[in-house]
Design a protein around this ligand. Sequence first.
Ligand code: CTP
Ligand code: MG
Length: 231
Amino acid sequence: MTAQLNPRGDVAVLVPAAGAGVRLGPGRPKALRLLAGEPLLVHAVRRLAEARSVHTIVVAAPVAEVDAVRELLAPVAPVSVVPGGAERQASVAAALAAVPAGPEIILVHDAARALTPPSLVEAVAAAVRAGRPAVIPVLPVVDTIKEVDAGEVVLGTVDRSALRAVQTPQGFLRSVLTSAHTAAGDPLTDDAGLVEKQGVPVSCVSGSEYALKITRPFDLALAEHLLASGG
Ligand code: CTP
Ligand code: MG
């Protein structure tokens, strides 16, 4: 039996949370690092569970932490926990395999984007429900972007107006995500990349600055500050 949140919901959320967090520095796997006294994964799952459309949440946990993650999340929301893989893509595939029959919209959401608001979850799900087969939240790129060679010498300046920084949750029709993962080759860092390779159009919706990916110590400090200031 897979745990359900809202039985009327039409969305399953896969939460890859099996990464080590190497760029955050030495310590526990990133999803279990503390932010304002609670693991990043708890923050992320609590916000997902607040989104009314969410029927099911499946977390891919570090292999050695599956039981610990189950215990940790039991008081937060009804979730299923499966062992993750060596690459993010394998973790997503493991979670996808555990989704029960029912939800026809699948969202994939990094545990590391712990402060993502429920409203963004609903916005992505709504765009899929409205007929888009694949939907990603994006922000405009604010820095000037240069392309460089192996010696860090500038080759040129990229036109920033056509670039977008991509966040999660990324949303898909279930059939689209399933075929993309079945056909997947070399691991990519996001699921929309797999879907693009299948020739499926991927649409953008406005992302949220709160959906920042906590990657380096600075990001964790920023997230602490955002929470402390009531964000
Ligand atoms: N992830 C996963 N399985 C992996 C690798 C990553 O489920 N084998 C998850 C992470 O837990 C995270 C998300 O994918 O929620 C985005 O990955 P990233 O931010 O790169 O996290 P880590 O891989 O943990 O960090 P690092 O690359 O610094 O080690
Ligand atoms: Mg990583």
